[in-house]
Design a protein around this ligand. Structure first.
Ligand SMILES: Cc1cc2nc3c(=O)[nH]c(=O)nc-3n(C[C@H](O)[C@H](O)[C@H](O)COP(=O)(O)OP(=O)(O)OC[C@H]3O[C@@H](n4cnc5c(N)ncnc54)[C@H](O)[C@@H]3O)c2cc1C
Length: 405
């Protein structure tokens, strides 16, 4: 470790690794630090990801792909099934990843691009001079260090402190969080080409249960509950009840807890000398909770903007505003659409969800995009069209594609 770098990236999740790789490929001197001793472990993710969006960032590799998906089954509260499949739509679907290996592969790519990667290295504060972030205070193997940089990229996930240290409001209210728990189970006995989603207030108030194939006879089964709907009820009670009813032969071999921010974009993700990306910038999708692709997209934008700013010799908010604008026009717009859809859907009763599912039962979707799912829903449900008509018009105008759905 040196005394100074062009860029220090805090957090070696997907967002941090891509930011570090992008900046290093632009010729910058980059340090990527990760507080854990193993990148990618423990996993706090259901590991589902859209294929096409992923390919913009990394070549798919069978070593970190557990399942190549053909489609999804969505179950309404009364058990009505809506199938969305690649075969019906002619579109590509997604993968279920092995995140432990995927995150390492991304970190490896950043190292190959020239970034210095350090594990067991925790950021403990920022160096701030004249209202400008000039580096990071960190702890490595029990020793404290002060390392300077022209830009810091905060990629430190849901528990992010980097933003707060720089005076950015990243606070999360419990009502705007999906609280999740997930088991990796053996003996799931599911079609390994499909993801399964279960909706309903008895199953997951304001959220859903997911069942994602992990290869062999393994699956990730988890539940996310929306804070504003679940009150004091515990996700684990819902998950145990679901498993008892639907997967009685399954054995748990791993368990994870985690939170997903679903409140939509925060006001500001930059400061002088600093950019926030991924979960640290609350960039996950409010409907699905998916955040891998958004973190990768934001990381790439931040890496490029860092290179431009350093070349110009101006790392102030005026120049970093380019990052703010680029992510808000792309990722940010998708998040806003998802938030509007989510706010309508969480108000639905189980009966309304059943009737929506029934109206879609025999529909052949043109693609796997949320836009086409909504289009089919609107055609069959005039009330929904009324509730969301402004949003839908805007989506069609912008030819929007929801990559996290
Ligand atoms: C239960 C659950 C299921 C999910 N399922 C999906 C899914 O199926 N698909 C999907 O797309 N998304 C899913 N997500 C969301 C997804 O996991 C995140 O959006 C994604 O990991 C965000 O990437 P990131 O790089 O921003 O942050 P992270 O992956 O969280 O990485 C942040 C890194 O920063 C490190 N760090 C934190 N503080 C410091 C510090 N002070 N110093 C140094 N390092 C630090 C952390 O150890 C971590 O490695 C799920 C989340 C949960 C909780």
């Amino acid at each position: 470790m040196k005394d100074s770098y062009d860029v220090i990236v805090v957090g070696a999740g997907p967002g941090g690794s891509i930011a570090a790789k992008t900046a290093a490929l632009k010729g910058l001197d980059v340090l990527l630090i990760e507080k854990r001793q193993e990148i990618g472990d423990p996993v706090r993710c259901a590991e589902g990801v859209d294929k096409i969006s992923l390919r913009h960032h990394i070549k798919p590799d069978h070593r970190w792909i557990c399942a190549d998906l053909k489609g999804s089954y969505i179950y309404s509260p009364d058990g009505t099934v809506v199938e969305m499949s690649a075969e019906m739509s002619g579109a590509e679907v997604g993968y279920v990843l092995e995140r432990k290996l995927f995150d390492r592969a991304l970190a490896d790519e950043s190292a190959m691009a020239g970034a210095e990667v350090m594990v067991k290295t925790r950021a403990t504060g920022l160096i701030i001079e004249d209202d400008t972030v000039c580096g990071v205070k960190l702890m490595h193997m029990g020793e404290e260090y002060t390392v300077r940089s022209k830009i810091v990229i905060g990629a430190d996930g849901i528990e992010s402190k980097v933003g707060r240290w720089a005076g950015i409001d990243t606070s999360l209210k419990p009502k705007d969080m999906e609280t999740c728990v997930q088991y990796l189970v053996s003996g799931a006995n599911i079609d390994q080409g499909y993801c399964y989603f279960y909706l309903g207030n008895d199953v997951a108030p304001g959220g859903y249960v997911w069942l994602f194939p992990k290869g062999g006879n393994l699956a990730n089964v988890g539940v996310g509950l929306l804070g504003s709907k679940s009150g004091k009820q515990r996700p684990i009670d819902y998950l145990n009840k679901f498993i008892k009813e639907k997967l009685p032969d399954a054995s748990t071999i791993e368990m994870v807890y985690g939170g997903v921010p679903v409140q939509g974009p925060i006001e500001r993700t930059i400061a002088n000398g600093l950019m926030l990306i991924g979960d640290a910038a609350r960039q996950s999708d409010p409907i699905t909770g998916g955040g891998i692709i958004n973190a990768l997209d934001a990381g790439k934008i931040a890496g490029k903007v860092a290179a431009d700013a350093i070349r110009k010799g101006d790392c102030s908010t005026e120049t970093l505003q380019d990052y703010e604008e680029q992510w808000r026009e792309t990722i940010g717009r998708e998040i806003s659409y998802s938030l509007a859809v989510k706010e309508t859907f969480v108000k639905f009763t189980d009966e309304e969800l059943n009737s929506l599912a029934y109206s879609l039962k025999d529909v052949n979707f043109d693609s796997m995009r949320l836009r086409d799912l909504l289009y089919a829903l609107f055609k069959a449900n005039k009330k929904l069209l009324w509730d969301l008509k402004g949003l839908f018009k805007d989506m069609v105008k912008n030819d929007f594609d929801f990559k996290n759905c």
